[in-house]
Design a protein around this ligand. Structure first.
Ligand code: HEC
Length: 168
């Protein structure tokens, strides 16, 4: 029986206490350039992907027509460029100083090419503890889909949308 009670003591008291002291006395590396926090990848990576995959609409509720994608480009310029950048530009001061870093959508091909429903979920709801805002209070449902379609099709934009990104 003894090892059992010892196990309970460690599990219920010693470990939670150590965790609390670690947080309370300033050992968590909260600076953006600090090392990875224990469980950070699990929470910020695996948990986010699982939640988004579970809740994102499977089908787009708005088609990627030229009109929608072009409206999406306008929304992107107004709300997203500060963090996610434009074609041919270097990351802004804010983007360089964030952790997790906001993906530079026109530099990195892999990111933001998620199914459009996943883009939509992330733009609508944001991602906690990451600096990615949720826009459902600021943008209408239609606009959320337009900017999501814009992102999903950004490697083959119609001229009308590409022009908006180029405009000074
Ligand atoms: C204040 C900075 C900021 C602004 C403004 C911002 N984002 Fe983000 N965004 C982030 C960060 C940081 C991440 C990375 C989150 C992570 O890795 O967990 C992100 C991630 C994303 C992702 C997920 C990318 C992927 O595939 O992993 C999408 C999609 C996205 N943003 C779209 C947008 C759109 C569209 C807008 C404008 C309506 C926008 N963001 C505005 C900071 C921002």
């Amino acid at each position: 029986m003894k090892p059992f009670f010892l196990g309970m003591l460690i599990g219920w008291i010693v470990l939670p206490m150590a965790g609390f002291l670690y947080l309370r006395f300033g050992y968590v590396p909260v600076a953006v350039d600090g090392p990875i926090i224990p469980f950070e990848e699990l929470l910020a990576g695996t948990a986010v992907r699982a939640r988004v995959a579970r809740e994102a609409p499977a089908k787009a509720r708005l088609a990627a027509t030229e009109e929608n994608v072009t409206a999406g480009a306008r929304i992107y310029r107004e709300h997203c460029v500060e963090c996610h950048g434009l074609p041919g530009s270097t990351a802004t001061a804010a983007a360089k100083g964030m952790f997790p870093p906001p993906p530079q959508f026109f530099e990195q091909k892999v990111l933001g090419n998620e199914p459009v429903g996943q883009n939509y979920w992330i733009v609508a709801n944001g991602i906690r503890l990451s600096g990615m805002p949720g826009y459902k209070a600021a943008l209408r449902e239609e606009q959320l889909w337009q900017v999501s379609q814009f992102l999903a099709t950004r490697n083959e934009l119609p001229e009308s949308a590409a022009g908006i990104l180029r405009a000074k």
